[in-house]
Design a binder for this molecule. Structure first.
Ligand SMILES: *[C@@H]1O[C@H](CO)[C@@H](O)[C@H](O)[C@H]1NC(C)=O
Ligand SMILES: *[C@@H]1O[C@H](CO)[C@@H](O)[C@H](O)[C@H]1NC(C)=O
Ligand SMILES: *[C@@H]1O[C@H](CO)[C@@H](O)[C@H](O)[C@H]1NC(C)=O
Length: 250
């Protein structure tokens, strides 16, 4: 590391310790960031992991994930979670190593089973290299980080004078009866090379009937799922389904 890099790194740690981290539209306070000093001759601490957490099945399945920095020396991770007001009970966050797809970014993740509802949790992901370590610490409530997986089996078909869009809830959302979902539809088309997009919803059922679409035009349909009360964020969009309307009849 050059002198300039070292200064940048030290400033980086200081800035990180002061900053709060905005993630997914929610404020997560970064309680403390890194081992700040770098005495001469000692190895640099590993970078603070860039961690993102979300809950894809309330309250069963919370995942935290962070990219492995490129060209990093062999780094070990320890991930734990505790309730903010019960310091003594520390649960492991079960680590999953990155898959071996060479093209994309290598992502580490860790899994947390059932967490208590409406409770502040503190996640601690510590990167350890040689005898130096850097911790990412952040607090969250499950209710703020809900993000279901996308709906599946999206089907679009012509029914009499309307277009029917049907889908199935994300199979990973385990407690559909207790914590129902609502859905949004997005459809897109291009006209003279410009992409147009319309959003519809929320829908509480898994079928919608749409009218007023232009004959002869091709549309792409996608659906996302969100917790019924609006907690957290909508899932990623489902994979797109294309339909071309006949020139007459709709
Ligand atoms: C998810 O949690 C609910 C209630 O907390 C429980 O009944 C169910 O068995 C859990 N499912 C899984 C897959 O862990
Ligand atoms: C975070 O985890 C590391 C590794 O287990 C531990 O050494 C450190 O004390 C923890 N930090 C806090 C604030 O709990
Ligand atoms: C890390 O190890 C080096 C030698 O390998 C030692 O000089 C240094 O004091 C150690 N640092 C800490 C924080 O333990």
């Amino acid at each position: 590391m050059s002198g300039q890099d070292t200064r940048a790194a030290v400033i980086g740690w200081t800035a990180l310790a002061l900053l709060t981290c905005v993630h997914g539209g929610h404020m997560l306070d970064l309680l403390r960031a890194a081992t700040p000093t770098n005495p001469l001759g000692h190895p640099d601490p590993p970078p603070v992991p860039r961690v993102r957490c979300w809950c894809s099945s309330y309250p069963n399945a919370t995942v935290c994930s962070w990219p492995e920095p490129s060209h990093s020396p062999p780094t070990r991770y320890v991930a734990t979670c505790r309730e903010r007001h019960r310091e003594s009970v520390i649960k492991p966050c079960h680590l999953v190593q990155p898959g071996s797809s060479p093209s994309s970014e290598r992502l580490w993740s860790c899994h947390l089973p059932n967490l208590r509802l409406l409770t502040d949790h503190v996640i601690n992901v510590t990167a350890i290299y040689s005898n130096r370590s850097s911790s990412y610490l952040s607090s969250f409530m499950l209710e703020d980080i809900l993000k279901p997986d996308p709906p599946v089996d999206v089907q679009v078909s012509l029914k009499a004078k309307s277009l029917q869009v049907r889908w199935s809830p994300p199979p990973t959302w385990a407690n559909m009866d207790i914590f129902p979902l609502k859905y949004h539809i997005r459809y897109q088309w291009t006209t003279r090379g410009i992409l147009k997009s319309v959003g519809l919803g929320p829908f509480e059922s898994t079928t919608a009937h749409l009218k007023g679409l232009a004959p002869g035009r091709s549309y792409l349909f996608q659906v996302c799922a969100k917790e019924l009360l609006g907690l957290g964020e909508c899932s990623r969009w489902s994979s797109a389904v294309k339909i071309t309307l006949p020139r007459n009849n709709v």
